[in-house]
Design a protein around this ligand. Sequence first.
Ligand code: ME8
Length: 654
Amino acid sequence: MEKRFYVTTPIYYVNAEPHIGHAYTTIVADVLNRFHRLMGYETYFLTGTDEHGDKIVQAAEAAGTDPKSYADRISALFRETWPKLNISHDDFIRTTEPRHVQVVQRILQKVYDNGDIYFDTYRGRYCVGCERFITDRELVDGKCPDHDTEPVEREEANYFFRMSAYQQWLIDHIEENPDFIRPERYKNEVLAFLRDPLEDLCISRPRERLSWGIPLPFDDRFVTYVWFDALINYVSALGYPDGALYEKFWPVAQHLIAKDILKPHGIYWPTMLKAAGIPPYRHLNVHGYWKINEGKMSKSRGTVVRPLDLAPLYGLDAFRYFLLREMVFGLDANFSEDALVQRLNADLANDLGNLFSRTLAMTGRYFGGQVPPFGDTEEPEDAALQSELERTVGIYREEIPQLAFHKALMAVWDVINAANKYIDRAAPWDLAKDPARRGRLQSVIRTLLEVNKTVAVLIAPFMPETAEKMLGRLGIKRTALDVRLDRDAAWGGLTEGTPVEKGEALFPRVDAKKPQASGERPVPPKAAAAKVAKAQELSAPAESPEQGALIGIEEFQRLDLRVAVVKTAERVPKSKKLVKLLVDMGETRQVVAGIGEHYAPEDLVGKTVVVVANLKPARLMGVESHGMILAAHHAEGLRLITTDAPAAPGSTVS
Ligand code: ME8
């Protein structure tokens, strides 16, 4: 079989900022991409943003701007987030790009010419949240279960895709390819849906009602319905119909989604492909939902968890590891900072961190910091550890393509724990006392170094920074993306005499005594920041954290500074200093600033300012403040910090 792999994430709507759900899917895609590279595959990884439709028009209106500017701004937020999470995507597609629009029109024309698109009048219930008409069967208490809103009655003349013509073909395809949709529960859900007659799909909107979409090539009084537009990104990004990428990576495609968009991906998309004469994708991989405090993430309840709040706080690799270890792919999982801290301390700081630092410390102590050769005495426990490692590699290779990331990681941790026990049993410190047992000591340390090396290779898709660090300290200088399992994990592959470097702890422990459940607020808790600061202090050189001392970039990065524009300003009653501001920073926030003696409120409106966005909320003279405005202390008073050219509200400042 060709060693080619193509993975996609959903293209995210630009009506919300990136949150932990988007981060999870994208990190899973990243892990799969990196894993396949590790296995020697040629890979391609696509993500992007979905920018047309009612939802975006409404979000833009609410933000007081036009759809294009709005889409530009939020799309940029996604684009800027992914490198910060070490996402290794090859392309980022936007549905407003001409390369996409052209392909959508081409496919529409092709399906129309084949007679599978027709004009008709439809009356039904429309859910704006889903961007589609929904059937009575889907309603729960008269409401859309996904959006908890009552759909509105609509009658419209529109174009329809003859999806019903492909119902039997789809059922047969799913039955002949049992892992087309996986895990199985989602395959069953799709098959259950297909037991009833499939209705044709309305694929257009009249332009007078919605102009923010792609015009139908055969009737420009209409634009295409968002799903017909969005799904096509998976082939338009490859340059369908004749791009070299398309030739190479279609149809080995694997789509990753959560259960919310199963129907469009499990039913609309394969039938659209079939009608367009394009072979179906290989797998649809469907995961569950991240819940916060056992509930749905909700903006109004303030339980939206933002990845860029957490990753800098606990370490990017710890965050990635936690997401992949904690969720069983396919099922829902609960997110809490408490659980993250526990995993960080137990699995990363304790098990992995200790194994690595003990091994390197002993290599330093007993062999001058150089990789020793295997000694002449091999004991059964060496072979046992080696075969445990081989077993782990086997499980790992099998489970990751099945999306059982937690099982692959559990197997890696089995070998880490076995190696820690091996140290205790072999007691190198005793062997070192006896010159006659030098050969045995060599074998033990070399065995441990080899295990650490393979562990570093195996964790590379999950924790690329840590893997690179570990391999580097073992004398293997490679970027995580260039690591290959066969070449770099081979037993005995380390070179004798190579200097190794102990370095700092891989994962500083975080004080778990007072963990803070996440999601109560959209920003990381100050207490957690203090915990990390404390933990880092312990591993950092003895430097006073007092004023004037230097801080590391990580400490600076804990601040979330954002550009904001002042929308309204008024004095806080009975205060000379305090002004209450509403600022637009992508979202609207209330901030109280002590600038009343230096600025008249009316002069502040329209000003671009910089806000510390992740400051714990405070009450000032009874008024809630969610952030702090930065100002310079000038001899004659305060001067607000601003940007020297316009910058979009919500832009990060660093
Ligand atoms: O549906 N837990 O975009 P979207 C886990 N534009 N994953 C979650 C999640 C949660 N709580 N919330 C969101 C769209 N996700 C369309 C897709 S594709 C051709 C068009 C993730 O911004 C998950 O991947 O609403 C889910 O499927 C996706 O975000 C929905 O993103």
